[in-house]
Write a protein that binds this ligand. Structure first.
Ligand code: ADP
Ligand code: ASP
Ligand code: MG
Length: 419
């Protein structure tokens, strides 16, 4: 008997028919003798619909209220899934985050999980129940409902698995594992049987939305065996086969790993570029600009400072598109007047494309191959950033698909799905 956490994403929960399938799959695992905690997302499109309603009323909605609204999608899901499980003859019980409780900080819309009380869940499991817990949400020290950021149900599931010291966390989704790149953009993308934790962390942080980055961080910190697999296989497939399917996040570098130099390509269309033009090239400039941005709780990603001409330089960086307008306004009002810079210009139509692989540590020339591939396609690189196991470039958004496909090919990632 094992204790296993199952997570089902929005598409997997997208209709009552699909919810019934989820219930049948969970019931199969319970009948095989396992203790199961299920963490579902809201039905597909529901979180967008809910946040859309709020946006119709205000562009500057209070984040606390946004969380109050967005969290209801998952509350509906746990209730429906419990009913479906009960219809399958299971003894199931649903909980909202605050009832467990899943305790978070008070950063509404992007809260971090601080602790999870496992008492209630353990008692239910010991009593033979299937426990269904909302993804994406928690409760702050004031008792206010918080949400964990888009895609946050992955994080709920892995964190709950960590708190319960579960044997495994199975992330069921609408693709059958982690691919060399998003299979919706590159149909030739190949599924990986295993991906190293470090590579998965980079892929997630660089924009692969198959797992929310914090879920990967939790998996690493608490060594939670985590697997991404399909919820669209027939629910009654052989359990042992299902348990080995998909992609395992591996903590051992050589176990089961393929030996590619570049393992995957990630892309991110959520960023915008901002340039402060005509900045005096003197010490402390980066701090004067980015210090103000940090004070406003805005995350900065890629940063570039150009060489100066006549004592003036340009300073560029990227932020999340949601923070773009706020950042430009802040720079114009608070930074330009004291800095004596000429102006602030921005571009929201950019994207960041990254190659990721632990093999890059020991191979020279990988970045050069990336630059040559883009140059052969006449794609202009606006910014570059590298670390030990990744190289990212910022390019015009309209070349994103072309760039990803060309790089996928150049690094030999194409091939048929792994067995
Ligand atoms: P869920 O609703 O189950 O959480 P998501 O839409 O959040 O599902 O994540 C799954 C999606 O992630 C896939 O449908 C796929 O388009 C996308 N994706 C992006 N990069 C990758 C990748 N490298 N491998 C697999 N899927 C990816
Ligand atoms: N329902 C939330 C979202 O759409 C959380 C999740 O799906 O993981 O972002
Ligand atoms: Mg998701």
């Amino acid at each position: 008997m094992a204790l296993i956490v199952h997570k089902y994403g929005g598409t997997s929960m997208g209709s009552t028919e699909r919810i019934r399938n989820v219930a049948k799959r969970v019931a199969k695992w319970v009948r095989a003798g396992h203790q199961i905690v299920v963490v579902p997302s809201a039905m597909s499109g529901e979180t967008n619909r809910l946040l859309g309603l709020a946006k119709e009323l205000s562009d500057r909605a209070n984040p606390r209220e946004l969380d109050m609204i967005a969290s209801t999608g998952e509350q509906v899901s746990v209730g429906l899934l419990s009913i479906a499980l009960q219809a399958e003859g299971m003894d199931a019980v649903s909980y909202a985050g605050w009832q467990v409780p899943v305790k978070t900080d008070s950063s509404f819309t992007k809260a971090r999980i601080e602790s999870i009380d496992d008492k209630r869940v353990r008692a239910d499991l010991a009593a033979g129940k299937v426990v269904v817990i909302t993804g994406f949400q928690g409760v702050d020290p004031e008792g206010y409902i918080t949400t964990l950021g888009r895609g946050g149900s992955d994080t709920s599931a892995v964190a709950i698995a960590a708190a319960l010291k579960a044997d495994e966390c199975l992330i069921y989704t609408d693709v059958d594992g982690v691919y060399t790149t998003d299979p919706r953009v590159v149909p030739e993308a190949r599924r990986l049987n295993a991906i190293s934790f470090e590579e998965m962390l980079e892929m997630a942080s660089l924009g692969s939305k198959v797992l929310q980055i914090r879920s990967v961080e939790f998996a690493g910190k608490y060594r939670v065996p985590t697997r991404v697999l399909s919820s669209f296989t027939p629910w009654d497939i052989n359990l042992e086969e299902e348990a080995k399917s998909g992609t395992l996040i591996s903590f051992e570098e050589d176990e089961n790993m393929e030996q590619a130099v570049v393992s995957g390509i990630a892309f991110n269309r959520d960023e915008a570029k901002i340039t402060v033009v005509g900045v005096p090239d003197t010490p402390g400039i980066a701090y004067q600009i980015l210090g103000k941005v940090a004070e406003a709780n805005i995350d900065v990603d890629v940063i570039i400072q150009n060489v100066s001409h006549d004592g003036k330089t340009d300073f560029s960086f990227t932020v999340h598109r949601n923070d773009y307008a706020k950042t430009v306004e802040l720079l114009e009002k608070q930074v330009l007047p004291t800095l004596g810079a000429a102006k602030v210009v921005g571009d929201t139509k950019i994207c960041k494309v990254s190659i990721v692989g632990i093999g890059m540590r020991s191979h020279a020339g990988i970045a050069a191959t990336m630059f040559k591939t883009l140059s052969d396609e006449s794609i202009n690189i606006q910014m570059i950033t590298t670390s030990e196991i990744k190289t990212s470039v910022v390019i015009d958004e309209k070349y994103m698909e072309l760039a990803v496909r060309a790089l996928h090919k150049a690094f030999g990632l194409e091939g048929k799905a792994a067995a």
